[in-house]
Design a protein around this ligand. Structure first.
Ligand code: RTP
Ligand code: MG
Length: 145
């Protein structure tokens, strides 16, 4: 299986937690993924609305934008075989209560169902990865060999 890249984000409410960051990096690298880039940035309202465009109109949309822009987040570009699926599996279900804290980062660190405050984002496809990098001005520097 060829290598691919994906974007993981530690959301602002969790971005000051070194435990969460170190735990996440350990979980990603244990699955054979490599860190390509890591950046701390604060999304503007415009960037967040664009990032979550497919969810516009949902009842939690405003809260999601607020939670995404309240402070800096940590953006991590990961590379490896099956990276997109692996990262989403490591994060666990959207609702942290539906996962297992011993296995899933969201269930370990996300707030009990607060929608936007589940702690982690992972790209759901290569197209989403590229789109998200563009919105956040991330240029993964090395081309995949
Ligand atoms: P993500 O994109 O952040 O990795 O999460 P996901 O694929 O598991 O879920 P998605 O449907 O893409 O939703 C994006 C983020 O919106 C918030 N959300 N709240 N209250 C709700 O029902 C609800 N549904 C989604 C979550 O913060 C989710 O990560
Ligand atoms: Mg998603």
């Amino acid at each position: 299986m060829p290598k691919e890249r994906t974007l993981a984000i530690i959301k602002p409410h969790l971005a000051d937690s070194y435990n969460a960051l170190l735990d996440a990096i350990e979980a990603y690298t244990e699955k054979g993924l490599h860190l390509v880039e890591m950046k701390r940035l604060r999304m503007s309202g415009e960037q967040a609305e664009d990032f979550y465009l497919d969810l516009k109109g949902k009842p939690f949309f405003e809260e999601l934008i607020m939670a995404s822009t309240m402070g800096p987040c940590i953006v991590i570009v990961l590379e490896g075989e099956d990276a997109i699926r692996k990262v989403r599996e490591i994060h666990g279900p959207t609702d942290p209560r539906k996962g297992n804290p011993a296995i899933h980062l969201r269930s370990r660190y996300g707030e009990p169902w607060g929608g936007p405050r589940n702690g982690f984002h992972g790209s759901d496809s290569l197209e989403s990865f590229k789109r998200e990098c563009e919105i956040l001005n991330i240029i993964p520097i090395f081309p995949i060999l």
